[in-house]
Design a protein around this ligand. Structure first.
Ligand code: FES
Length: 329
């Protein structure tokens, strides 16, 4: 029997993701001082800001001799300059702008053009897409104030499935216990994977340690390809206690880079909900508990692969049909 590797899963995700927008950075991570390097699958990416403050992203390989552009610098013109032989590129279209010591009248060979990504920035995230035909997505809402980035030593598919099966392996909400009980299985809603989990406050339950009361609910809605998810914690009166967005990106060597933002809700009745707003309310864990992960039973995630495949196949069929209608018109 052959062992399946996660490499094929990663390749499938990244392949399906060429039309998708990946949250490659938080806004504050990208500056005009220093290039910022990330990976989307096996594609190294460099991000920076030009002198208008626009976030730019290119493949992190110089078209000359493949040196990482992130080892270079950002010039006063807003171009990125390779640290090896000093060639400079415009991040808007990847065009070669300057070669040191080249006479003005000499033309730059067009083959030396960098691979520039489309970029969209909103809600405190910078999203990039490696497709020239990508449609800019609707901007996100406000920028949530709590934020962080972690590199988790777990591949993207298993990371997202662990999120479905036991969120306590992935993130922490102050004072909240995520029970194993689901209010709703993983289902598709408007092209996203959606589930709800019953939760309890971490208070002593008396006289028995077990309580059948579940006063709070965790709702997770997830993009089927990128795994970017919106998290909502609410009580049984539908008061929204906490919101978070997690953006996991498959990086190199089985690592998932996770960027997140969160905020607590304004109306949080009850002592535990009020206490949630003091100190560290939310955090994505930088390390996965391997012992707990090893024995974790797949529950919600058992439907995930089929749901993802159905949604992706339908989106691809719709894109083909849209394209043929445009050709016919
Ligand atoms: S490798 Fe970048 S300029 Fe030569």
């Amino acid at each position: 029997m052959a062992f399946e590797t996660d490499v094929s899963e990663l390749a499938k995700v990244v392949k399906a993701a060429e039309q998708h927008w990946w949250a490659a950075a938080r806004s504050e991570e990208v500056t005009n001082d220093k290039p910022f390097n990330v990976n989307i699958g096996d594609m190294p990416v460099v991000l920076w800001r030009d002198n208008d403050g626009m976030a730019r992203a290119m493949e992190d390989r110089c078209p000359h001799r493949r040196a990482p552009l992130s080892l270079g610098c950002i010039r006063s013109e807003g171009w990125i300059q390779c640290g090896y032989h000093g060639w400079s590129f415009d991040g808007e279209d990847g065009r070669l702008k300057e070669i040191p010591n080249m006479k003005d009248k000499q033309k730059y060979p067009p083959v030396y053009r960098g691979n520039a990504f489309k970029v969209e920035e909103s809600g405190g995230f910078i999203r990039i897409c490696n497709s020239k035909n990508a449609v800019i997505p609707a901007p996100m809402g406000e920028t949530m104030p709590m934020a962080g980035s972690v590199d988790v030593a777990l591949d993207h598919v298993h990371f997202v499935n662990a999120l479905f099966d036991d969120p306590s392996l992935i993130f922490h909400i102050k004072g909240v216990y995520f029970t194993p009980y689901l209010m709703s299985e993983l289902i598709e809603e408007n092209g996203r994977l959606t589930m709800e989990r019953s939760c309890q406050w971490k208070t002593p339950h008396w006289p028995a340690p077990f309580s059948p009361e579940f006063p709070i609910t965790l709702r997770i809605t997830t993009d089927p390809v990128t795994g970017e998810c919106d998290i909502l914690l609410r009580d049984d009166d539908f008061n929204e206690l906490l919101y978070a967005t997690l953006a996991p990106v498959p990086a190199a060597r089985g690592v998932t880079q996770v960027r997140w933002r969160a905020k607590i809700g304004a109306n949080r009745p009850g002592i535990m909900a009020k206490l949630m707003g003091i100190g560290k309310s939310f955090a994505v864990l930088p390390h996965i508990d391997g012992a707990a992960l090893r024995v974790l039973k797949p529950t919600a995630s058992i439907h995930a692969e089929e749901l993802r495949a159905n949604i992706v196949a339908r989106e691809q069929a719709e894109a083909i049909s849209d394209g043929s209608e445009k050709v016919a018109a």
